[in-house]
Design a protein around this ligand. Structure first.
Ligand code: PLP
Length: 405
């Protein structure tokens, strides 16, 4: 049996599997309940507009007239139209229905979209980074060898306090560049001018941008772009991935969408090839979509009532983020993010490593964070905390952390 050697040689565990392993080994002997500010999972229940739509659609499925079998490959028109109306029209972004692909998660698509590229295509991504982009390319055999914490065929763009978490442009030719803003893990954003620099570079060099906007609902200032298509020309060079997970609490419900504009083409043998058509071809062979009740639930999250309810939840999480930033800043610690994102990126005081500090927080404060180094070498010396717990738990966690520092 010839197994996938790229998979066999993947380094270590997926980050959150390793955290879960350490937490479950320690939890039985912990002197008080753990507070989890680690994995980026929401905690608020689904909003009433969403559950009502899901329940109504489920009942509909039990009737002869309302039964739905396989959904359309790209998703139901009612949801795709709601996305265009609620998420793009207010930004002045004009897209077509066929530009939208409904999927069961941004993880599914951000990991799969590399299949559009040749096996030897070159990739660039920021460091630290959401690990899914790296792992999916490594498993496809595109990244070369892994030695001393780095892949031999991967261009990384370091983001740290010294460059204010704004990456430089790639210095070597690449085929695809991943950008995630608001950023997981650092919680930082790019201004319109900073994002335009990347779009202009991509247009000039014909580099595909994969823009992950999973956290766009957390942006609190209209001056910060919520979509890459707010930047002129981006529809010719960028794919955008969005999700209902963090905007509407769908981490367990599963619904997301990807935009591949029909203006996005690549030259192959002198012909313009549509990436939208390629992805449609791939989707038709590889998936059967998201269920009718869940697509109805997602559309309800975009309705005026649903929007008001989920926006209130997002504001609640952002109150927690503000609490974390204020507490740490008042204690003289250096923190980043937490203003347009549910993540706070703490510079670890005293020069401790990310994993040592993670273990110390776990064992002395009974608080679970995420070690920055798990997101890439430039994350060493940082710890990520999420704003997704309750206000009370967040307050208690901050008191515990400050007590041990
Ligand atoms: N993209 C980023 C940057 C994320 O942080 C996450 C989840 O944490 C995802 C995508 C996954 O989203 P989904 O739940 O839609 O798969």
């Amino acid at each position: 049996m010839h197994l996938n050697t790229h998979l066999i040689h993947m380094p270590g565990n997926y980050l959150f599997a390793e955290i879960a392993r350490r937490v479950s080994a320690y939890a039985p002997s912990a002197p008080r309940p753990l507070i989890r500010l680690g994995i980026g999972d929401v905690t608020q229940p689904l909003a009433p507009a969403i559950t009502q739509a899901m329940a109504a659609a489920s009942l509909e499925m039990g009737t002869p007239e309302g039964f739905h079998g396989y959904p359309p490959d790209q998703g139901y028109d009612f949801l795709r139209q709601a996305i265009l109306d609620a998420d793009y029209a207010p930004l002045g972004v004009q897209l077509a229905l066929d530009d939208v692909f409904i999927t069961d998660g941004a993880k599914t698509d951000t990991s799969a979209l590399q299949e559009l590229l040749a096996p030897d295509a070159r990739i660039a991504l920021t460091d630290p980074v959401y690990p899914v982009y790296v792992d999916s390319n490594a498993m496809a055999g595109r990244l070369g060898n892994y030695e001393n914490d780095s892949w031999s065929r991967l261009a990384t763009l370091p983001c740290n306090a010294e460059n204010a978490f704004v990456p430089e442009l790639p210095t070597e030719p690449v085929d695809m560049l991943y950008l995630c803003y608001p950023n997981n893990p650092t919680g930082t954003v790019l201004t319109r001018a900073q994002l335009k620099r990347f779009v202009d570079y991509a247009l000039q060099t014909q580099t595909l941008i994969l823009f992950d906007a999973a956290y766009k609902a957390y942006i609190t200032d209209d001056a910060i772009p919520r979509s890459i298509y707010e930047i002129e020309g981006a529809e010719k060079i960028a794919i955008e991935c969005c999700s209902f997970s963090k905007s509407a609490g769908f981490t367990g419900t599963r619904c997301a969408y990807t935009i591949i504009p029909q203006a996005l083409t690549a030259q192959v043998d002198g012909q313009a090839v549509s990436l939208n058509a390629l992805w449609r071809r791939r989707v038709a062979s590889r998936q059967n979509g998201v269920s009718y009740p869940i697509q109805r639930a997602a559309a309800a999250a975009l309705s005026p009532d649903g929007r008001a309810q989920v926006d209130a939840q997002v504001r609640g999480y952002m109150d927690n983020a503000r609490q974390i930033v204020t507490a740490f800043t008042s204690a003289g610690l250096q923190v980043f993010g937490g203003v347009h994102a549910p993540y706070v990126w703490l510079r670890i005081p005293g020069g401790q490593s990310s994993w040592d500090f993670f273990d110390r927080l776990l064992h002395e404060a009974q608080v679970v964070g995420t070690p920055g180094s798990g997101f890439g070498p430039s994350g060493e010396g940082y710890l990520r905390l999420t704003a997704f717990n309750t206000a009370e738990a967040t307050r208690e966690a901050l008191a515990r952390i400050l007590a041990i520092l």
